[in-house]
Write a new protein. Structure first.
Length: 536
């Protein structure tokens, strides 16, 4: 049977498409034959637990059919294909998850479709979580990750839709008020926490980190791959959700047992790794832990550079991965301006090739508009946990949360506006009188104005204290949780003030060029050895 399907699908490659959408199809909603055979085969593979075949159908076949037959319209509704799959309730729930996801990706969903997708997620999670024993269902990890990621995304989309009261009719507003529990933030949080608790994933991760056997604490549900991976991905969903709500402390705390900087069996889905790094790095940046943010962004961007070929699969998440990559380059540029430090040479070259140096130059010289522009492009699309009242003015409230978080960030930037200039002067001297630095600062900022030296020196002293304060933050140490670390300075120079004299010490460690070249030579020797073995 499977060979027959594959032969038929090979013939589908030459199928042109338009003739399938005939008047009879529009009128009677008959399903094209190629779609019928695909659905039957898809359903049989799921029922028989053929993971590798399910993954191929999910990642390749479904997107291909969508592109050629349903580019500008939805797939057939579940009522139209139920008889084809013998009214298989579980398969129909999974099919509707893909059906609604396709609508969100290609079209603007209607309010009824948003409701329908929510109810379908309720059916899916009730089927998985309500039984006393694990359900006999296995799905590829890629699908499980995208299922959780899409669940959070659709909540985000609905929250933005609900916050926009402009151009909404009285009937729509009444419908939203009547169904206020649909896509409620507490409901979404409860589902994700329930998945985490059911899988006992936190206990598993804790044991795994200490070198033990996770199955020893997993219980019957946690041992099942479906629950284990859904639990792990739910943690990442909580990270994203708390970040969208502006609770950065809680966002990092949910990952307290996750080894963020170490690849493990739980984090092998590229989209999950990239999304985790994006939200973790952003949360660190907003908590003023710039060293940790730079390390997080640097690690994942290097990973993306080295594994680009993995992202060639036909997946709706490819665009999201590409966008998050660009966003992380913007965030990395911001962090390097606020907290300069050495990064990998490959990343430095990427920043130059992508013309980020011009943006960084503007930010270093206090261009607040450039800071704000980079931030608004790279930040998540924040949400308010409380929707606007239906009685509010008919306005668009979707950007209120973004404006608030942007203002929080800009307040921090304004406090540090003068620090890059101070740093540039201090790097030129080993000792420098306060009044001389104050003269430099005033001549660069206000060359044509009269000024009071004593007043400027007093103001400069405040900026120097600010420099000391801003350059010290908590830095993660190996073995610690995401929130823990040591309080230390990340500045490449240090100074102290003795009476009216600034004494500067350059703490930057010189590059060990010899070690660098030795590592590269050993790498090439190892590569030549491997090539020689392959030839043999």
């Amino acid at each position: 049977m499977y060979d027959d399907y594959n032969d038929q699908y090979d013939a589908y490659d030459d199928y042109s498409g338009p003739e399938v959408h005939t008047e009879s199809y529009d009128r009677y909603r008959t399903v094209p034959e190629v779609v019928r055979k695909f659905l039957v085969y898809f359903r049989n593979c799921i029922n028989e637990g053929m993971i590798f075949e399910i993954q191929n159908l999910y990642e390749n076949t479904f997107p291909k059919i969508s592109e050629q037959l349903f580019e500008k319209q939805p797939w057939p509704e579940d009522t139209d294909i139920a008889h084809i799959v013998e009214n298989d309730a579980v398969f129909l729930i999974l099919y509707k998850e893909l059906y609604y996801r396709h609508i969100y990706a290609k079209n603007q969903p209607s309010l009824e479709q948003r409701f329908g997708s929510f109810y379908n997620y309720c059916d899916l999670f009730n089927y998985i979580l309500n039984p006393d024993e694990p359900v006999q269902l296995e799905l590829p990890d890629q699908w499980l990750w995208e299922l959780i990621d899409e669940f959070v995304y659709q909540f985000q989309s609905f929250s933005q839709y609900r916050a926009n009261l402009a151009n909404k009719s009285a009937e729509e507003l009444e419908n939203l008020a009547t169904h206020h529990k649909i896509w409620d933030v507490l409901c979404v949080l409860n589902v994700l926490h329930y998945l985490v608790d059911k899988s006992k994933i936190k206990s598993q991760l804790e044991v795994f980190a200490s070198g033990g056997d996770p199955d020893s604490v997993a219980g019957p549900f946690g041992k099942h791959p479906l629950y284990k991976m859904l639990g792990y991905f739910a943690l990442i969903g909580l990270l994203r959700l708390h970040s969208l709500l502006g609770d950065y402390y809680q966002a990092i705390k949910v990952l307290e047992n996750v080894e963020i900087y170490k690849k493990s069996a739980y984090s092998h889905v590229p989209g999950c790794q990239i999304s985790t790094a994006y939200y973790v790095g952003f949360a660190y940046m907003m908590m003023r832990r710039y060293s940790d943010a730079i390390r997080t962004f640097s690690g994942i961007l290097l990973y993306i550079q080295r594994t680009k070929q993995l992202f060639t699969a036909r997946s709706y998440q490819n665009d999201q991965i590409n966008k998050q990559t660009e966003q992380m380059y913007h965030l990395l540029a911001i962090c390097l301006v606020l907290h300069p430090q050495c990064i990998d040479e490959g990343l430095q070259q990427q920043l130059r090739d992508r013309n980020y140096h011009e943006k960084m130059y503007k930010m270093q010289y206090g261009d607040l508009a450039e800071f704000e522009g980079c931030f608004t492009y790279a930040c998540p699309k924040f949400l308010s946990s409380v929707p606007p009242s239906p009685d509010s003015e008919k306005e668009d409230y979707t950007k209120d949360a973004i404006k608030h978080q942007t203002q929080v960030f800009m307040d921090e930037v304004i406090q540090q506006k003068m620090l890059p200039t101070i740093r540039s002067y201090l790097k030129l001297y080993t000792t420098l009188p306060l009044n001389k630095l104050a003269t430099f600062m005033c001549s660069s900022a206000r060359p044509d104005e009269n000024w009071d030296l004593d007043k400027e020196v007093a103001g400069l002293t405040i900026y120097l204290l600010c420099f000391k304060h801003k350059m010290k933050n908590i830095v993660w140490t190996k073995g610690a949780s995401g929130l823990d670390g040591k309080f230390q300075s990340g500045s490449e120079l240090d100074f102290y003030i003795d009476h009216d004299m600034i004494h500067i010490a350059d703490t930057k460690v010189a590059h060990r060029y010899g070690d660098f070249f030795i590592r590269k030579i050993l790498k090439f020797v190892d590569l030549n050895r491997k090539l020689h073995l392959i030839k043999i």
